[in-house]
Write a protein that binds this ligand. Sequence first.
Ligand SMILES: [Zn+2]
Length: 214
Amino acid sequence: MEAALKKLQQLFENNRRWVEKVTQEDPEFFKRLSRQQKPEILWIGCSDSRVPANQIVGLPPGEVFVHRNVGNLVVHSDLNCLAVLQFSVEVLKVKHIIVCGHYRCGAIAGALSQARLGMIENWIGHIADVREKYSAYIDSEPDSVERENRLSELNVVEQVINVCSTSVVKDAWERGAPLAVHGWIYDVADGLLRDLNCCVTSRSEVQALQPVPR
Ligand SMILES: [Zn+2]
């Protein structure tokens, strides 16, 4: 039992099979990737195991720079997220930043419930703030699953706004870099992505963003 815990043998076997398959289809694949990465996309998504960035958009290694945390949050004091943003925008020069939330998100359900959840309450408190901001809209929804869905969507739009108000993104737009910030949502129940149509490509568009009537 202990040996199995330490080794995870199956994963190494999976890895070797994957390398064989990729190399068969494209013998230069790993050689090419080892030279540099040139992704055009930064993905900011939830840590949820059902929402793996590359897989759901069908892109191979090298195409997506990824940052994931519980609830796909962009918090202005989160050095980890800011470092990812700065590196991807200023060094990798990504053209797209995708904030992707998902339905049936535990963080969203947690923020909507009054339950005590321990330390993580301090993190998903950022989602509770979104819920507070749009409480009239969310509370007007009688169905509890729909209430969660609306909060999942609004949380994405709010994180798009947060991305746009970082110094990194403002500076990029100021120097004329082509950079679009997208808000998407993924449904773990059908595997489909939906565009929330809140794409922003300049500072003036951020101000015009009005997710729902308040
Ligand atoms: Zn989630």
